[in-house]
Design a protein around this ligand. Structure first.
Ligand code: B1M
Length: 230
């Protein structure tokens, strides 16, 4: 062991979180897994580990990617490290034992392969008691429609991270309208380049800024749907 090697378990919480941001930046998957386990072992809530250690770290990666300091291979390594940390947290976030409150089909739109945010939303929705059918990335309109019908879903969730792919959400919503299916589903959209105005303009029920907002919005819409039926 090198003299200057950092022992994660010897760091206090604040130092460890900062170190995890660095490790995420460097794409160090095993260190991220270790850090997540240490924080959980210290009694941290899984949601806090997710937001304070992982999502906050990924925000730094995103800024440097934007500024041309990091490139695709480095960002992929960071994304893999993030996913490894999320895999540990997933069952814990889903462990609420809440009754199933509704079913959501979620996927990233055609032309877009970003899936970290989508996965996070799916995890948080499961944690809140929703059944989640994740159809992955690069989804054409046909895939959304056939899955919604086959699964008898209540909610359609779409994710897009590129300004070039976000308009595809409108293609999906317009097709739902053309087929007379629009009112059968609550349509929620999200992704970094979107905003509320865009959500309204394409005819979605709501734009969700982050995973926590997605959960709350889904709960509100499901409650309204049940009230209407009562
Ligand atoms: Co991409 N990429 N990328 N990338 N990438 C962005 C999005 C970018 C903003 C980076 C930048 O320039 N700053 C930029 C887009 C610019 C633009 O369109 N204006 C960009 C680019 C340009 C590209 C490529 C074109 C790069 C290239 O090849 N030259 C390429 C495109 C590939 C493609 O999709 N066709 C590309 C590739 C990649 C990687 C493969 C390297 C990797 C993806 C790995 C993966 O996802 N498996 C990657 C990554 C990691 C990023 C950044 C750095 C991080 C995205 C992320 O995971 N964020 C990103 C920069 C950034 O966003 N700051 C960037 C963390 C995640 C938790 O947040 O996804 O926003 P986010 O999700 C949030 C909310 O948005 C919301 O909740 C989530 C959790 O709170 N949300 C939803 C998201 N989806 C939702 C769905 C909902 C509700 C809420 O449904 C109900």
């Amino acid at each position: 062991m090198a003299d200057d090697e950092i022992i994660l378990s010897e760091l206090d919480d604040e130092e460890l979180v900062l170190q995890m941001h660095d490790d995420l930046y460097d794409g160090l998957k095993e260190e991220i897994e270790e850090g997540v386990n240490i924080l959980l072992g210290r009694g941290w809530a899984p949601y806090d580990v997710l937001t304070k250690a992982l999502v906050a770290g990924m925000t730094i990666v995103g800024a440097d990617f934007r500024d041309g300091i990091l490139f695709v291979p480095e960002v992929l390594l960071a994304a893999n490290a993030m996913k490894a940390g999320m895999a540990i947290l997933k069952p814990l976030l889903a462990e609420t034992g809440a009754p199933r409150v509704g079913k959501m089909v979620i996927g990233t739109v055609k032309g877009d392969i970003h899936d970290i945010g989508k996965n996070l939303v799916g995890m948080m929705m499961e944690g809140a008691g929703f059944e989640v059918v994740d159809i992955g990335i690069n989804n054409p309109v046909e895939k959304y429609l056939e899955t919604l019908e086959a699964e008898g879903a209540d909610i359609l969730g779409m994710s897009a991270l590129l300004t070039t792919t976000m308009p595809y959400m409108k293609v999906v919503i317009d097709t739902l309208k053309e087929k007379g299916m629009r009112d059968d589903y609550i349509v929620l959209v999200g992704g970094a380049p979107l905003n509320e105005e865009f959500g309204k303009a394409i005819g979605a029920d709501a734009y969700c800024r982050d995973a926590a907002v997605a959960v709350q919005t889904a709960k509100d819409f499901i409650a309204r749907k049940h009230n209407k039926m009562a």
